[in-house]
Design a protein. Sequence first.
Length: 591
Amino acid sequence: MTEATALKPTEKRQNKPRLFYQVEMPQPTSHLFEVTLNITQWQGSTLNLKMPVWTPGSYLVREYTRHLQDFIALESPTEKPLFFQKVSKNHWRIQTEKISDIIVRYRIFANELTVRTNHLDNSHGYFNGAALFFYIPTLEKEPIQVEIMPPDGWQVATALPKVSKTDYLYQAEDFDTLVDSPFEIGLHQSYQFTAHNKPHQWVIWGEGNINPQKVIEDTQKIIEAEASLFGGLPYEHYLFLLHLSGSGYGGLEHKTSCTLNYPRLGFRDKDKYNRFLQLVAHEFFHLWNIKRIRPKALEIFDYDQENYTPSLWFLEGATSYYDTLIPLRADIYDQTFFLKNLGKEITRFLQTPGRWVQPLSESSFDAWIKLYRRDADSDNCQMSYYLKGELVCLLLDLLIRLNTNHLQSFDTVMQVMWQQFGKAEIGFTPEQLQQTIEIVAHQDLSDFFDNYIHGLTELPFEQYFESFGLRLKPIFDLEPYPELGIKVQSENGREMIKFVGMNSPASLAGINAEDELLAINGIRLSADQLNERLKDYQAGDMISIAVFHQDELKTFSVRLGEPQPRCYEVIAIANPSKRQKHNLVTWLKPN
């Protein structure tokens, strides 16, 4: 315990308020973090405290204060209660007339294991700053110290620097840094390693079939590949936090760390392991693209409300494109796996009807109300800026390479954006982003942006692939079945329709998502029998489908449509020319 040391004023900051947090977890099984905020040298008749409603990198208002309880405010050192009132959902106001030293205590319920929330149990405590700490308006740029009081035997991991080598006292240079520095506290495994001549650390919580040494070796390759692209690493130390869970998946980027959540048994199967490494490559790439190269709208965070930008397609889409390329360049997997994975991404895109409804820039702008709030109709009206952004960046990469004879590529775009905006952390506008890509491409891209980013024109994969000796091949089942346009899932003995495709035969007939599927032509069926049953019919046939719509029995006549591809594959054309071979090799193995 070093509170006196932590709060000791310096000459430079003699008259500035000082902020000091303590985080305790005396009963981890209660899932309650106990937080104390000490404020000294305060001057003012009122003190306003606000808790963020969202966290950078996760574009949804999550209302973190819904987990806050037992708020009290006290005068220090007498601990005399101070009058306070709640002004809004995330705003408390304390009366502080003639009071300079204040104590605020509260508890945060933490039982949601995601990369963007908090979790506390008898094995660990994990928290994000936005979901645990208040900020004081006008003092966001002041340094903040945090002391962790862990249960006996628990360790603490965070990217924040320690104030001293002993104890668990850390300092953030400002509130943004505190929000950007998650804490892992508990019974975890820690592995130190070096990459690109800088220290790194893996901290792993949970049991699973992970091979830490193999992960370290492949992480080193990813770091080297990305450092090579950007010309070095913009930090002195980096921390990877990994939570092994039953079926969770996700990542959240930070400037000098990231948090990952991955299925605990997802490391032995080669495809699943490659997917994990893509997640690592993705979050690590973000330390440039989004944490430092970011739009003007996110240059200064407003933690009280949504921060809108139409450029998430670049921030997440380009990062998704590179999370597939980087492991290839690092020799973690080969060209065959890359093209197989690319086929899966294009399949997801072409099987999403929402691509005809929501433009890419609108998808970016509306992330706050759509991406994280999916429902049964989402695939009909939404298009992921991750997925389409990735594929648009793919096309731009191929276009730039062809225009410049591979002298420049989307790598060049990222490098220019880094030099012009990222290093100095100057926010870019959508116009500046487009201009940068056009300069690198040696081409006016107004039509490209109007069609594929702001518009709904179908992406021309075949046109771009041809110069690289590739083509897109639709794959049908060996025994194709006519289209009905629904997805069905068994739930507690009921066959529930979870999705009805826009303008599909089922949709045109009036069938709804959340109807319970009963029978086709009077014969009962289950979810796993549906496609097999459809093989008994031809496109154009009329069939009778019985469902429960809410609690009402309904029967619909449905005219079946033409069979649809099960998936798409990116394959080499027969007899490619030397030029096509050269383009392909130079694209996929530029070094």
